[in-house]
Design a protein around this ligand. Structure first.
Ligand SMILES: [Fe+2]
Ligand SMILES: [Fe+2]
Length: 252
């Protein structure tokens, strides 16, 4: 199980938005649908895990001598994720989860930054950023377009824009890894591109279409969007490979 998954599963706490940022807290309860609240809660937990994941990524990049703009990008992204987690938890509370106080993060106990090869670093950025964060950005953008409340639409658009920046950071890391160690990185990127998941990794089986007006695409829309995002990620990695002189794979 990856560090990222462990973080997602272990976290039990909730963070509130700082005082003074209540304008985006969307205070009036929109619904008492517990499932919708739990869906936002789960998103908030993913964002929390992302804070730790970006912190770890910055250290792994430093270990490989990455340029400062990539390190800087990681820290900016981690700060974005702090805010995303707070917003998602605000939305969860609004949909009936109640307030849960911040808890400890046991997944971090005794955690050390694992040694990771440049090829694995590239693959992680490709999959976590080029695929999953791109999917998150796409979902939030779709939610923003459909949300009935202007404040919610604006908030989701803002989160989507930040996620899109994280996606570009991930591609920058892929490109840098590849350019500095083409022979080891290229085959692993190709292998990862060949086995990208076919379905979203999130529990979206019960997401009804009626959630769209609350800023969350339903299950069937999510599947459709995921297929597009997956294809875009696959094409983009191939583009990067070719731009760095790696010949296209011959089909058998
Ligand atoms: Fe996020
Ligand atoms: Fe992100």
């Amino acid at each position: 199980m990856s560090f990222y998954q462990r973080c997602r599963e272990a976290w039990t706490g909730i963070w509130s938005l700082p005082a003074g940022e209540a304008t985006v807290e969307l205070t009036a309860p929109a619904t008492t649908d517990g499932a919708l609240g739990r869906a936002w809660l789960r998103d908030g937990i993913v964002d929390l895990a992302s804070i730790a994941a970006f912190s770890r990524l910055s250290m792994q990049l430093m270990r490989h001598g990455a340029p400062p703009h990539l390190i800087e990008g990681c820290h900016r992204a981690a700060l974005d994720e702090v805010r995303h987690a707070q917003h998602c938890f605000a939305l969860a509370r609004r949909h009936g989860t109640g307030t849960i106080e911040a808890g400890v993060f046991p997944a971090l106990d005794g955690t050390r930054v694992p040694r990771i090869s440049k090829a694995d670093l590239a693959v992680d950025s490709f999959v976590e950023g080029g695929l999953w964060e791109s999917f998150a950005a796409t979902l939030h953008a779709a939610g923003a377009r459909a949300a009935e409340e202007p404040e919610l639409a604006a908030l989701l658009a803002q989160i989507s824009t930040a996620e899109r920046a994280h996606v570009e950071l991930a591609w920058d890391i892929v490109a840098w890894s590849l350019s500095s160690d083409t022979d080891s990185v290229a085959p692993k990127l190709r292998a990862a591109a060949a086995k990208l998941p076919l379905e979203p990794d999130i529990d979206m089986r019960h997401a009804p279409d009626s959630w769209l007006r609350h800023g969350r695409p339903g299950a069937s829309a999510q599947r459709e969007l995921f297929t597009k995002v997956r294809e875009t990620a696959r094409r983009r990695v191939e583009q990067i490979l070719r731009s760095q002189g790696v010949p296209a794979e011959r089909s058998a």
